[in-house]
Write a protein that binds this ligand. Structure first.
Ligand SMILES: [Zn+2]
Length: 100
């Protein structure tokens, strides 16, 4: 009986890159502000995400400012996503003589 996997990821999966300065390669950076965009997709690695987080980051060494983009998967109630019901499994109990 082939059954498609309908496993839901209930834990918060977060892909956080190390803030690394593109100028001096330092990881000692300061987050200036955070912008969250609701956007669902799949990364090149095949990981699902439903949120794009952009952090304006400033290097503490050379003061270079850049945008650090991370893709995050946060569990949300299925509001406008496709709802896939579980297969009903209670019809296998056939009775030969139904009582009348
Ligand atoms: Zn720097």
């Amino acid at each position: 009986m082939a059954r498609p996997k309908g496993s839901k990821n209930e834990k918060h999966v977060e892909h956080v890159e190390l803030p690394r300065c593109p100028n001096c390669d330092s990881t000692d950076a300061l987050v200036l502000n955070t912008n969250v965009q609701e956007f669902a997709g799949v990364t090149g690695d095949g990981k699902e995400f439903n949120r794009i987080v952009r952090r304006r980051t400033q290097c503490k060494h050379c003061n270079r400012v850049w945008i650090l983009r991370t893709l995050e998967l946060v569990p949300e109630p299925p509001t406008d996503g496709p709802f896939v019901p579980d297969e009903l499994d209670d019809d296998g109990d056939e009775r030969a003589a139904p009582a009348v």
